[in-house]
Design a protein around this ligand. Structure first.
Ligand code: ASP
Length: 711
C-alpha cells in the first residue's frame, strides 16, 4: 500500500485474463508472485486486436492503485496496477498443463516440460527450500572454518558399493574415467595435504537400479576433518543439522540427539534407520542366537547413550594416555603380550583418566588442544615404530583395550515354546509388535493386515493376532495353542496394554526382522504417528565393519573400504586371517564381530548422513583391501595413490556426507527427492525432457575408437 500512486514497470507471464465488458483484469506472474493488472477502456481495443493468452510474456507500465475488492490470499492482494502501456515481449502456445499449484499435468508430462513445471509455485517453493538449506550449510561450515574445495568429476573408480558410470577417454583410447560415487578418496587426500576442514556440496554418481526414490546423480554435503575422533564429528554435524532446522524451518531443535548402536536398532526396530517418532518397539520372542551373539547390552535409551559416551571417552582416554615413550612402549607390550591384560589395563585407564580428560578437552574441539593431543599420539607412534618389528604391529600398538562384548539379549522363547505350534517352532525368528488401541480391529481389518504382510515385498506366510481386550481378556488367532495365561505372558513381554492389538510375524531371521520393521512403519503411518511436521534425529553407531558376500564367500566393506575398525577391534583385524574357511559358519569368523568406527544420522526413518573415522595407516589400509579379497597388484592399480599418500604423514581423519536431496525433501515434507531437484531423472534414469541417455554420432564412436556390440 505504501507504493500506491507510484508508477512502476513489471514484466512477467500471463497467468489468467478476465474480461469484464470494457475492462480487463490480468494476473501477471513472476518469481515473486502474482500481481493484478487493470486494462481500462482505451487499452481494451488494443487488447482485442492482440489477444493475450496464457504464458505470454508481458511488460507493463502503470500506476499502483488500491483495489476495491482486496484479495487476502496473495501478498499483493491490496493493490493492482492500472496499466498505461504494455509490450508483448513474447507469445506462448497453449501450455500442455495448467501452471498452477493443483495442475492437471501428470508426472510424465510435467517432467517432459519441466521448464514449465518449474514455473509452478509448488515446485518453486521446493527449490527455494533447497537453496535455503544449501545457504545455511555453507554459512555454518564457513563459520566453523571449513573450506569449500572442488574435486574432479573425471576420476578413477572409487568403490562405495555401487557401479560406476564410466566415460571413455578420446585422448587415451581404450581407457576410461569413472564418475565419482563420492569424493571420498580426494577428501582424504586433502586431509593428508593439511586442509583440516573440507566441505563441498557436490554431485555424486552411482549406476544403481533405481529403487523407488533414487537418482543416478545426486547431491551430497560432503565433509572431512582431521585430528578428530568420532565424538568431534558427531558434535560438529549435530550443530550443522540444528542450524539448518533453525535457518530453514525456524525450529529450535534443542533436544539431545539419541545415540543407538546398530545392534540395538536392529533388535528394537528391525532396521538401522528407525523412525523414532513413535514407539511400537519389536518384541523378540525368538531369534537365532548367531545373529545376536556378541552384542552390547540391550540398553534403555538413557543407558544406550551413556554407554556410547563412555566408550568414546574410553577411546579418548586411550589416546590421551599415550603420553610418553616409556608409557607407550608399556602399552604395546601389554597389548601384544596378553589380550586379557590389555582388557584389564585399558578399562582401568578409562576409569582413572576420565575426569582429567573431560576437564582438559571440551567435546566441541578446542582445536589446538585436540591437535596437540594427536601430536603427542603421533610422536608416540613414531617412537613405537622403533621398538616394534613389523608395521602392522605398530598399528596394533595404538590399540590397547578391547570392549567387553557380552551376550546380552534376553531369550524369552519359553513364552512361545512347548505348545506344539509349528509355525513358531519351525521359525528362526518370531517378532511381536503391540499396536496401541487397536484391539477392536474387525475381521476385515485384520484380514487386510494379513494380506499386507503376504505381499511379495514383505513375503510373510501369515500374521498371528492377539487382541488384548479392554476388559483384560485375550482373543487370538492362536487360542488353540495358547491359553489366557500364556497370552498374557506374551502380551506383557510385548509391553501391550488392555486395548492393544499384538501382531506377530515368524520366519527366517532377516526376512522376518525386515517384515516386522515394515509392519511397524505401516502401522505407524496408518495410525497417523508419522507426522511430516515432527522431526526426530538419531545417531546409529557401531556398525559391523564387514558384511558377508555369499556369492564370493568373502567380506565386503559395509560402509566403504576406508572406514576404520573401532580402536578396540584393530587387533582382531590384524591378528586374524580374513579367509572364510567355513562358509556356513561365517558368523563365527572373528571378522564378523569387528565394529566399524562409523556413524549414520537418521531423520524420521531416513538415513540422511553417514560417515566414519578413516584408516590412515598404510598397513591397516592394505590389510583392509586384502580382507576384501584384493590382491597386492589390484591394490596398487586401484589405490596406489592413496597408499602412497599414507606414507607421507597422513593425519588421523574422519568425515561424513549428508544426502542433500533427501534432507531437503524431508524438511519440505515430501516423500520424493525428485520434487527438490530442478531437472531430475525418472525411474529408468532418463531425463525425458532432453531425452537422455541417447545414441551418439558415428563420428564420436570413431574418435573414441569404440565399436558397439549390443547384446
Ligand atoms: N563417502 C561416503 C558416502 O558417500 C561418506 C563418507 O564416508 O564421508 O557414503
Amino acid at each position: 500500500m505504501a507504493d500506491v500512486n507510484k508508477e512502476v514497470t513489471l514484466a512477467g507471464w500471463v497467468q489468467t485474463v478476465r474480461k469484464f465488458g470494457s475492462i480487463t483484469f490480468l494476473d501477471l506472474r513472476d518469481r515473486y508472485g502474482i500481481t493484478q493488472l487493470l486494462f481500462n477502456e482505451s487499452l481494451n481495443e488494443v487488447l482485442d486486436k492482440n489477444p493475450l493468452g496464457r504464458e505470454f510474456v508481458l511488460q507493463v507500465t502503470g500506476k499502483v492503485s488500491e483495489r476495491s475488492s482486496k484479495n487476502a490470499n496473495i501478498a499483493t492482494g491490496d493493490i493492482e496496477i492500472a496499466v498505461s502501456s504494455f509490450t508483448i515481449l513474447n507469445k506462448s502456445i497453449t501450455p500442455p498443463f495448467t501452471i498452477q499449484d493443483d495442475t492437471d499435468g501428470g508426472d510424465e508430462l510435467r517432467m517432459k516440460y519441466r521448464y514449465l513445471d518449474l514455473r509452478r509455485n509448488a515446485v518453486k517453493k521446493n527449490l527455494e527450500l533447497r537453496y535455503a538449506v544449501g545457504r545455511s550449510t555453507r554459512n555454518y561450515l564457513h563459520e566453523n572454518n571449513f573450506m569449500d574445495i572442488e574435486t574432479p568429476f573425471l576420476i578413477k573408480s572409487t568403490p562405495e558399493g555401487a557401479r560406476d558410470f564410466v566415460v571413455p577417454s578420446r585422448m587415451n583410447a581404450g581407457q576410461f574415467y569413472a564418475l565419482p560415487q563420492s569424493p571420498q578418496t580426494f577428501k582424504q587426500l586433502l586431509m593428508v595435504s593439511g586442509y583440516d576442514r573440507y566441505y563441498q556440496i557436490v554431485k555424486c554418481f552411482r549406476d544403481e537400479d533405481l529403487r523407488a526414490d533414487r537418482q543416478p546423480e545426486f547431491t551430497q554435503i560432503d565433509c572431512e576433518m582431521c585430528f578428530v575422533e568420532q565424538e568431534d564429528i558427531l558434535q560438529m554435524f549435530e550443530g550443522l543439522v540444528r542450524r539448518i532446522f533453525k535457518d530453514v524451518k525456524n525450529i529450535d531443535y534443542t533436544e539431545t540427539i539419541e545415540r543407538m548402536t546398530w545392534m540395538n536398532a536392529m533388535w528394537t526396530y528391525g532396521n538401522d534407520k528407525p523412525d523414532t517418532r513413535f514407539g511400537m518397539k519389536l518384541c523378540n520372542l525368538k531369534f537365532p542366537g548367531h545373529a545376536f551373539l556378541t552384542s552390547p547390552p540391550a540398553l534403555s535409551k538413557g543407558e544406550g547413550a551413556g554407554s556410547v559416551d563412555a566408550n568414546t571417552n574410553a577411546q579418548n582416554n586411550l589416546e590421551s594416555t599415550v603420553l610418553s615413550k616409556e608409557e607407550a612402549a608399556g602399552n604395546v607390550e601389554t597389548s601384544t603380550n596378553s589380550q586379557n591384560n590389555a582388557d584389564f589395563k585399558v578399562l582401568s585407564f578409562g576409569e582413572d583418566l576420565g575426569e582429567v580428560y573431560s576437564k582438559t578437552s571440551p567435546p566441541a574441539l578446542s582445536k589446538g588442544e585436540r591437535a596437540g593431543s594427536f601430536e603427542t599420539n603421533l610422536n608416540a607412534q613414531n617412537n613405537l615404530e622403533s621398538t616394534t618389528p613389523s608395521p602392522l604391529e605398530r598399528v596394533r600398538g595404538e590399540v590397547s583395550f578391547r570392549e567387553d562384548l557380552g551376550e546380552v539379549y534376553p531369550d524369552i522363547s519359553h513364552l512361545i515354546n512347548g505348545v506344539d505350534f509349528k509355525v513358531f517352532d519351525e521359525a528362526e525368528t518370531v517378532i511381536a509388535i503391540a499396536v496401541g488401541g487397536c484391539s477392536e480391529y474387525t475381521r476385515k481389518q485384520t484380514d487386510e493386515l494379513t494380506e499386507w504382510v503376504k505381499r511379495p515385498q514383505i513375503g510373510m506366510k501369515g500374521l498371528v493376532f492377539i487382541k488384548c481386550n479392554a476388559d483384560g481378556t485375550f482373543k487370538s488367532s492362536v487360542d488353540k495353542f495358547y491359553d489366557a495365561a500364556k497370552l498374557k505372558a506374551i502380551a506383557d513381554a510385548a509391553n501391550a496394554k488392555a486395548g492393544d492389538l499384538i501382531l506377530i510375524v515368524a520366519g527366517a531371521e532377516e526376512k522376518t526382522r525386515k517384515a516386522a520393521s515394515d509392519l511397524r512403519m505401516h502401522m505407524g503411518t496408518t495410525l497417523g504417528l508419522r507426522n511430516a511436521d515432527d522431526f526426530k534425529l538419531l545417531w546409529i553407531l557401531d556398525f559391523p565393519l564387514f558384511e558377508y558376500a555369499e556369492e564370493d564367500n568373502r567380506w565386503v566393506a559395509r560402509h566403504h573400504p576406508f572406514t576404520s575398525p573401532k580402536p578396540s577391534d584393530i587387533a582382531t583385524m590384524i591378528d586374524n586371517n580374513p579367509v572364510i574357511e567355513n562358509a556356513a559358519e561365517y558368523l563365527k569368523h572373528p571378522y564378523a564381530n569387528i565394529k566399524a568406527n562409523a556413524y549414520d544420522m537418521v531423520l524420521n526413518g531416513n538415513e540422511i548422513g553417514g560417515g566414519s573415522i578413516r584408516i590412515f595407516q598404510k598397513e591397516l589400509q592394505q590389510k583392509m583391501f586384502a580382507a576384501l579379497g584384493m590382491s597386492e597388484e589390484e591394490q596398487q592399480h586401484k589405490f596406489g595413490f592413496l597408499l602412497g599418500a599414507f606414507e607421507y604423514g597422513a593425519p588421523p581423519h574422519g568425515g561424513i556426507a549428508f544426502g542433500f536431496d533427501r534432507l531437503c525433501s524431508i524438511l519440505g515434507g515430501s516423500e520424493s527427492i525428485r520434487d527438490f531437484i530442478a531437472f531430475p531423472k525418472n525411474n529408468s534414469g532418463r531425463d525425458v525432457m532432453i531425452d537422455a541417455p541417447s545414441t551418439i554420432d558415428d563420428k564420436q564412436f570413431e574418435e573414441l575408437q569404440i565399436r558397439l556390440d549390443l547384446k
